[in-house]
Ligand binder design. Structure first.
Ligand code: ADP
Length: 560
């Protein structure tokens, strides 16, 4: 029997219309560093998105179905692009401004971006790359910045016969109609591309994931569910997780859909301005990776600020150390752990504990990566590919599928999408590369990334478990553990430790500290105190770099 229901496509256009009309009074507050932040209502932002769509089409010839790149911080203009570009039928391509320049060049060329919207403050980053970006024809500059380098690069391009036009964002959109109905938004197939994002390349070449209108719409609804972030128009969400990193975890679209006001930090991501903006604007929610929360904790320990407005904080991107969660509990801020990746839009799990537990019983659930919503099916694959039970003990690689999970990677203009066998199972599930266990009640606990697991004498040692145990020591600021080759055991853990200012704890004491918490054979014998743990472009421990430093003899390693 066919259903008798209407078949209305799920599109970003609907999100735009809903936000700018029904939730027109909600606010986007962008931090400016000094003085008053910039404040715009959703009605204004939607109006400006409508102007942007018209300008892109009429002035830049964007007729839809092409990528429009953004190289921007979290701010109102970036949100306008998040709405306008997909709704007009084009594909927003967010560029990660922290990537090494060579990778950025690779990505822009692979996507064949013709238009780049860039924040003025990032022109010194973009300008020198321009000679290597032959597909780029238009640069739209939002906000102030030094244009000297850009002007020179543009002049060189003109001379070479491949001119680039530069537009000022505000001038480009000015004077155009703002009402939603003044633009003939196309009827879109919900399965068509709306936004694209390249994985940050922690492992190998970046790979493009193209989100559809449908996946963004369904993912936004999930983000808004109480079991996930549970936000409403009474909330102000501090969106620290960059808009250039997995769509800021889907927050901008989810928030615009339900009228959640947003506090955008722009380029002021250091602990001090973050603490200031929290105290002053009093967000009720925030989302960021552990590194950000570590930095903020050190800041407010040194110079206390009131963070208590943040009733809920979503933390993910890498495992949340228990010591960090406990420290924020003491500050009256509840961290809620979430797991995901670029390929999962990214929301995969959130760790709200089941009902009816005491705080003590809740603790292990809060530390787990959380449970899966109905939209994310999960299974664990053992070493031989056999499926493992959800018994909380059998560890395997996590595989997922669902309507907002990638089924392939972008092949390039005109090329077919591709499905590498290490990333997709034969029956189409995404192989996450994350290793862990799932309990009988569906809670996922990750023990490692497959490539970071330490394989010692046929047994696995979890680098994350060792790091968490080390970071619980009062003198340890950060700890990263990697596998290094060992003649006897194949691999053994190397612990690299960053001590807090003024601390001089010895290796023997740290070893002793671990011995009480970790199986004896797992305790590392190789130790190195380092000034800082190397980080990836999105603030995760860069273990590839640590392994290389060790191999090249750059680390001062003590064995005991
Ligand atoms: P990259 O793979 O380049 O780091 P992503 O941002 O897509 O880019 O990272 C996804 C990965 O981050 C996951 O596969 C997982 O290893 C890790 N991750 C994300 N959230 C968590 C979490 N809550 N706990 C542990 N690891 C996490």
């Amino acid at each position: 029997m066919l259903s008798t229901m209407q078949d209305v496509p799920l599109t970003v256009t609907r999100i735009l219309h809903q936000g700018m009309t029904i939730h027109g009074a909600s606010q986007v507050v962008t931090w400016t560093g000094e003085g008053e932040p910039q404040r715009r209502s959703f009605a204004e932002v939607g109006g400006r998105a409508t102007q942007l769509a018209r300008a892109l089409r009429d002035e830049l010839g964007v007729t839809g179905d092409e990528p429009v790149a953004s190289l921007m911080w979290n701010n109102s203009e970036h949100l306008e692009a998040y709405l306008a570009v997909p709704a007009m039928g084009a594909v927003l391509h967010t560029l990660n401004l922290r990537l090494p320049p060579a990778q950025l060049v690779w990505i822009v060329n692979h996507a064949a971006d013709r238009v780049v919207i860039v924040n003025g403050s990032l022109l010194p980053l973009l300008a020198p790359l321009l000679p290597q970006l032959p597909t780029v024809e238009h640069i739209v500059v939002a906000g102030a910045g030094d244009r000297t380098a850009l002007d020179e690069a543009v002049a060189a391009r003109t001379e070479s016969g491949a001119p680039v036009r530069v537009h000022a964002y505000e001038e480009l959109i000015a004077g155009r109609p703002t009402a939603f109905g003044t633009f003939d938004w196309p009827e879109l197939d919900e399965r068509s591309g709306a936004a694209m994002c390249y994985t940050s390349g922690t492992t190998g070449d970046p790979k493009g994931v193209v989100f559809s209108h449908r996946s963004i719409y369904l993912h936004s609804m999930q983000v808004n569910m109480a079991e996930s972030m549970g936000l409403t128009d009474r909330d102000l969400s501090l969106v620290v997780v960059p808009q250039f990193h997995v769509m800021a975890w889907g927050l901008p679209h989810a928030a615009f859909m339900t009228g959640v006001s947003m506090l955008m930090p722009d380029r002021f991501l250091q602990p001090a301005p973050l603490a200031d903006m929290i105290e002053r604007e009093r967000p009720t929610h925030a989302a960021a990776v552990p590194t950000i929360w570590q930095g903020l904790l050190a800041e407010v320990t040194a110079r206390p600020r009131d963070l208590t407005s943040m009733a809920r904080v979503t933390i993910g991107g890498s495992a949340c150390p228990p010591s960090l969660m406990a420290a924020y509990d003491k500050l009256g801020v509840r961290l809620c752990h979430a797991w995901g990746m670029t390929e999962t839009s990214p929301l995969g799990t959130t760790s709200n504990p089941p009902a009816g537990l005491t705080a003590e019983e809740e603790w292990p659930y809060r530390l787990s990566q959380g449970r899966f919503p109905a939209g994310v099916e999960a299974r664990l694959a053992g070493p031989g590919g056999d499926l493992l039970p959800w018994d909380g003990e059998s560890a395997g690689e996590l595989e997922v599928r669902g309507p907002w999970i990638a089924g392939a990677y972008y092949g390039g203009a005109g090329a077919e999408p591709f499905r590498p066998a290490d990333k997709f199972s034969e029956d189409g599930w995404l192989r996450t590369g994350d290793v862990g266990v799932i309990g009988p009640d569906g809670y996922l606990t990750l023990t490692d990334r497959a490539k970071d697991v330490i394989k010692s004498g046929g047994e696995w040692i979890s680098s994350v478990e060792l790091e968490n145990a080390l970071m619980a020591h009062p003198d340890v600021a950060e700890a990263a553990v990697v596998a290094v080759p060992d003649d006897k055991w194949g691999e053994r853990p190397l612990a690299t430790v960053v001590l807090k200012d003024g601390a001089s704890t010895g290796y023997a004491e740290l070893k002793e500290f671990l011995a009480g918490k970790i199986a004896k054979w797992q305790v590392p014998e190789r130790w190195s105190v380092v000034p800082a743990v190397p980080k990836t472009s999105v603030g995760k421990f860069d273990k590839k770099v640590i392994r290389r430093q060790y191999a090249d003899g750059e680390l001062d390693v003590t064995r005991l």
